[in-house]
Structures are given as C-alpha cells and as structure tokens.
Design a protein around this ligand. Structure first.
Ligand code: ASP
Length: 582
C-alpha cells in the first residue's frame, strides 16, 4: 500500500496515528540537527520532520539527500507541531518519519512550483506536467471537472441522453476552415474534423432520440486570435418538438443551476434583448450588462448646427462616463489617442464635461450652446460630474468603436467585477450577413437555422431584413452559448442553400444525407451549444481559457510540449499519397 492517507487530510485529531504517505518533495529546510520537508500531493501539503534526537543517523542522511520533486514514500507517526502554521489545514501537526523510500528521483524543475511561479508562459507550456503540479492550475482542472459534472447532472435529470458523434466526418460549415485528415485507404480523399456535431445532432433528432447532449471537442482552423484554441470543447445539445421558448427555458435553467452549484449565486430571470436593441444600446451583440453606460443616439439632436463632422455622419452616439468630468485635458487627450489606435480606428472624439455646478464644457463649444449640451446630457443620462464621449460616422463602425471605449472605461473604473454574473439572451439575429468583400450573403449562425415564421419569402426581396430563430446566451460580455431552431423540411433547406450560393448539385454533394433524412419524417427541432472552456473560465472568475485547459496550444496553434504540428516522415507521406514536392 503506497499510502494510508493523503497529504491534505491529517489534523490534530490524528495525533499519535501511524501513517504511510506518498508524494513529492515540495521544499526542504535543513537546520543541521533537524530537517523539515513539505510533502505535497493533489490534496495538500504536510510537514515531515527528521531530527537528531528521534531519527536514526542513516535516515537523517537519506532525508538530507532528497531533492525538489523527488517522489517519496514515508512511514511515521503524526505528532503535534511546536510552531503551528495557521495558513495550511495540516498546520497543527507534522509527521515524525521512521521509514523513507525514494520512489523516483527528479531533475531540478525549470521553474518554481509555487502558487506564483518564476516560469514564463513558454516554459510552463513546455513542461505543462510540472505546471499542473502547481496549485492554481491543478485547482482550475478540478474546477472544470466539477462544472462538467454539474452539466451532466442537470441535463441527465432533464432527460437528455449523452451520445458520441464521430470525429472523422465531412465538412460542417460553422464559418471556419476545416482541419482535414487524409484517408490511407481511400486514395486522395480526406475526412474533415467536425467544427461542431451540428448535422449529426440533427440526425439524432430525426432518429427520434428527442433530447441529446454531448461534451465534445470541436476543431476550427481559424487565424488565431488571442485566447482562441484550434480545438475546444462544447456542451452540444439538441431537442425535438421544441420552439425557441422551450430551449431558452431549459438552458436558462442549466446556467442558473451552474451559477447556484458552482458559484452559490442566485440570479433572476435572464433579460432578453433583440440583436437590433443590443447593437443600438451597446454597439455589440454580446453586451456586458454588469454596468450601465448605455449608448445615447444623438443624431437627431446634434445635426442642427454648423458642425460638419456631425452633419455628415450617419450616426452620432455618446456614452456618459461616471465621474469623468474631472479628467484633465491630458487624460482626455490620452483617451482620444487610445480610441484612434488602428485596432479601434476612430477618427476623433467629441466630449462634454458635465460640471458639478450644472454648466457644460465641451470640445465643440464653438458650435453648440449650453442648451444643446444639456439635451445631450439628458439623452445620455449623464449626471453632474460625468464626461460624455461622443463618436460619429458610419453606423456599424461608430457603434463598434464606442463599444470598445465602453468596455475599456468599465475596465478602468473597475466595473467588470468577476464575482458579479449578469447573463442575458440576445435573440432575433439576422439570418444572413453580407460579406462586404465578395458581395455574397452567408449564414450568420449556420445554414441550418430557420428564418422567423412567415419571413421565407423576404429572402427574395430583402435578404438582410430576414430574422432568424437564433439566440445567444451572453455572460459578462462573452458569448457563452448560441443556437437556433432548425429548418426541418427539404424544400426550405434547399431554398436556404440557394440563397447561400450553393447550386442544387453542390448542395446535394455536400448535404445530400441531411436533405434525404428530412424526407423521412424529420421532427421540428432546435438546439444550442455552449463553449465549455470559456464558461468554466468565467465561472472561475478569470478571462483566459488556457488556464482551464490541461494541455492547451499556444497563440500560434502549437503544442510546444509534444512539438506538434510536425513533419511526417517520407514513408508515411507516401502511404497517405501525399507529396511534399511534385
Ligand atoms: N453548432 C452551433 C455552433 O457550434 C451551435 C448550435 O446551433 O447548436 O455554434
């Protein structure tokens, strides 16, 4: 038996117990006549003691030779500590060691394995197995496991069945490139790894399973943005005989269950915002509503004077920054520089200081009088002491720039409290999105999403006006889930493919199996998928998903520990009929 107890569980009540423990040498302190060793395992840290008085010389010498991260087994007796450590749960006791076995040695780890480490990101990734020994990383993985378990518990209680769908499939369009896998047995042919199990879960509904879920890996070959992973995990779900309302209820329930079980937070009914309202109020389809600072459209009340910049703009829109009236000229200039950075791209910013005495001071005093500014303040709910920041230009760009400013100011003002959870549904998304470059429409969600009832014919006349039965669940400024009610008849699906630019032949070649299935009594159905990595990070009060993934890829999509991707040897390439040169 390697151990009778773990390193985290012994207490004063165990004094005089004989124990066997196994773990890693976390630290050792050698005072000559006495040696203390912190022994660590997943469950905690316990102090071992060896001393001249009570320990045989040979054993003392052996203890002295132990290096950091050696794996050892000890037998000994639990005794009371003379100087107690209130910071750890085992701090009242120590183990007086009588026997010591070295189970394995260790090289000196390349970084310290404490809560805060001296290891940089790259080094920690290369030796991820050591990083995982650190308490914060280990705790994140345990936390993730707990979230997954609560997801399974809730969905299973609701009657969902967990089904595995294949990884070696044919392209599913979720808007990214596919990772492909060459087939050795089918010369020149490739599988695609699923961007999501979308078509399979719909086929499970045709198969009559009624309620499906799966915690599943998805693969998307996208240009990597910060904190994106080429492979990530979804909680993927589908239900038959449902309307949008049914889905919103069940998954609001799931989210509420998680917030309660994991974070002990009770939240009321989730607000619902249409996509159009979200864009108008926050310039963003995943608004952070933990704080206000809603957009005020000033277009109509700001275009009556001689200020050409506003007069020529499609939209004039502002937000009130709480307490911002006290910013110095220099601070405001810095803010303007920030918003003019290429990543944000605003040309400039008009501002109005709402002074404590009720007067206004603006950067456009030449054009607007106090009365004008007062109507702006009213419209943007600015109070005395606030600063109104106003941007203007084309609708889409201006809103997205002001949204970036809103988030930045909230961050600076400490309004994005990770311990405060503000979920909401964003509904009524547009069905299609115009790709400015190619002039083509593509599905905003995916091609299987159904238009709102009665709007199908609008596809012919005004495609961008068509709304979808699609919804996103947003939590603290992050899209954590998204789904839709699906098309479930062949004709509608064919019309949809046509509008997405597929010829009937292309549609048949790529999705013939789904169109076929729709002819055999496909029930009305719909579903949703949550991004598990992001959900776990947010529930854990953090923003980076990488810290909650056991073996993540770096920002270039590489696993630096196993060194992947890597070249194949020529023999293997030949077998797969792949050539590096022609
Ligand atoms: N397959 C979709 C996605 O990955 C989710 C869904 O529509 O259920 O975003």
């Amino acid at each position: 038996m390697y151990r009778s107890h773990t390193c985290g569980e012994l207490r004063a009540s165990d004094i005089n117990t004989d124990v066997t423990l196994s773990g890693w040498v976390h630290k050792s302190r050698d005072k000559g006549f006495v040696i203390w060793i912190d022994l660590r395992d997943r469950y905690g840290i316990i102090q071992l003691v060896f001393d001249e008085e009570r320990t045989e010389a040979e054993l003392l010498e052996k203890a002295r030779s132990l290096g950091r991260e050696f794996v050892i087994q000890v037998k000994g007796k639990v005794i009371e500590r003379t100087s107690k450590n209130p910071n750890i749960l085992t701090g009242d006791i120590e183990v007086l060691v009588q026997e010591l076995v070295v189970l394995n040695q260790s090289l000196i780890p390349p970084f310290t394995l404490d809560d805060t480490t001296d290891g940089g990101d790259d080094l920690r990734m290369k030796y991820r197995y050591l990083d995982i020994r650190r308490r914060p990383v280990k705790n994140n993985l345990i936390f993730r496991s707990k979230v997954s378990m609560e997801v399974r518990k809730y969905l299973t209680n609701e009657g969902f069945i967990e089904v595995e769908t294949p990884y070696l499939i044919k392209s599913t369009p979720e808007g990214a490139r596919d990772f492909v896998v060459p087939s050795r047995m089918n010369e020149g042919q490739f599988y695609a790894l699923p961007q999501s199990p979308q078509t399979f879960k719909q086929l499970l509904m045709v198969g009559g399973l009624d309620k499906y879920f799966q915690i599943v890996k998805c693969f998307r070959d996208e240009d990597l943005r910060a904190d994106r992973q080429p492979e990530f995990t979804q909680i993927d779900c589908e239900m038959a005989f449902v309307e949008q309302e049914d889905i919103l209820q069940v998954f609001e329930g799931l989210t509420r269950h998680l917030l309660m079980e994991i974070n002990q937070k009770e939240v009321g009914p989730f607000p619902r915002l249409t996509y159009d309202d979200a864009m108008e109020k926050y310039g963003n389809d995943k608004p952070d509503i933990r704080f206000g600072m809603e957009f005020a459209e000033l277009t109509n009340i700001a275009q009556h004077r001689d200020f050409a910049i506003f007069n020529s703009a499609e939209i004039v829109v502002g937000i009130a920054i709480p307490g911002g009236a006290s910013y110095t000229r220099k601070e405001i200039d810095k803010l303007i520089d920030w918003i003019r950075r290429p990543q944000i791209g605003a040309k400039g910013m008009v501002y109005v200081k709402c002074n404590e005495d009720g007067s206004f001071k603006s950067s456009v005093d030449k054009f607007y009088n106090q009365e004008d500014l007062s109507t702006w303040a009213e419209k943007s709910s600015a109070k005395a002491g606030d600063l109104i920041c106003i941007l203007s230009g084309s609708i889409h760009e201006t809103r997205s720039q002001l949204s970036a400013l809103r988030m930045e100011m909230a961050e600076r003002l400490g309004l994005r409290n990770p311990d405060h959870f503000a979920p909401l549904w964003v509904i009524d998304f547009p069905l299609l999105e115009l790709d400015e470059e190619s002039g083509n429409y593509h599905a905003m969600h995916h091609p299987f999403t159904s238009p709102k009832p009665g709007q199908l014919s609008l596809l012919e006349t005004d495609p961008s006006a068509v709304r979808a039965n699609a919804y996103d669940l947003v939590l603290n400024g992050n899209e954590i889930g998204g789904g839709s009610i699906r098309i479930h008849d062949k004709e509608t699906q064919q019309i949809m493919f046509k509008h997405l630019g597929f010829t009937p032949e292309e549609a048949k070649a790529q999705f013939g199996f789904l169109l076929d299935a729709f002819q055999y009594g496909a029930p009305p159905h719909g579903g949703i998928a949550f991004g598990l990595d992001r959900l776990v990070a947010i529930l854990g009060g953090q923003e980076t998903i990488r810290d909650f993934i056991a073996f993540p890829k770096n920002n270039s999509g590489r696993d630096v520990m196993i060194d992947a991707p890597s070249l194949l040897d020529p023999e293997q390439l030949k077998e797969l009929q792949l050539r590096t040169e022609t």
